[in-house]
Design a protein around this ligand. Sequence first.
Ligand code: OGA
Ligand code: MN
Length: 203
Amino acid sequence: MEELLDHISAEIYQKSYVIVDDFVDEPFRKALLKEQIELVNQGKFRHAAVGKGGQKQVRTEIRSDEVLWMDANELTPLQAAYWEKIEEVRKVLNQRCFLGLRSFEGHFARYPVRSFYKKHLDQFQAVPHRVVTVILYLNDSWTAEDAGALRMYFPQEDGSELIEDVLPLGGRLVVFLSGEIPHEVLPTNKERISITGWLRNID
Ligand code: OGA
Ligand code: MN
């Protein structure tokens, strides 16, 4: 873990993003996935909203995923263990990148077949406190034909954008600066399960 944390902080410092495969081991991933599918089957997921506060609304033409917000007081031991790992990421980013991260918020996400999330930034006027985005994918298997990639956009000095597509492979962690990297979830051909969260500079 120590080396991994070094790697994550160095990459965030230099490139504003990092992709880490096998961030969690297979038994851990499978168990987290199983718990999440149970929550889905219990009908606990809701269409995700866009905007914040009074402006919050479901806009399925912008995003069509379903989410369940994590409640820090109601985590299963497994979810608490994941939260703990993210705490370690938070601490090392503070030590090495001086990001002043104070808390984590996150939700379980499910993208049903054909769902997507159009290009956006995770940090915007209404949610200025999200500094680092952290996504863990839980899927059993994933191929290019399953689509549903996370597409990241990297603005270039000449005004153009470079694109990188990241498949939601189980165990893969994606970390990036919320205010710097526009991204989208391309329409998926298969149910796509993840935990998405944000390290924030407020409590
Ligand atoms: C989000 C998001 C990306 C992904 O929930 O804000 O951009 O790959 N998710 O799930
Ligand atoms: Mn996002």
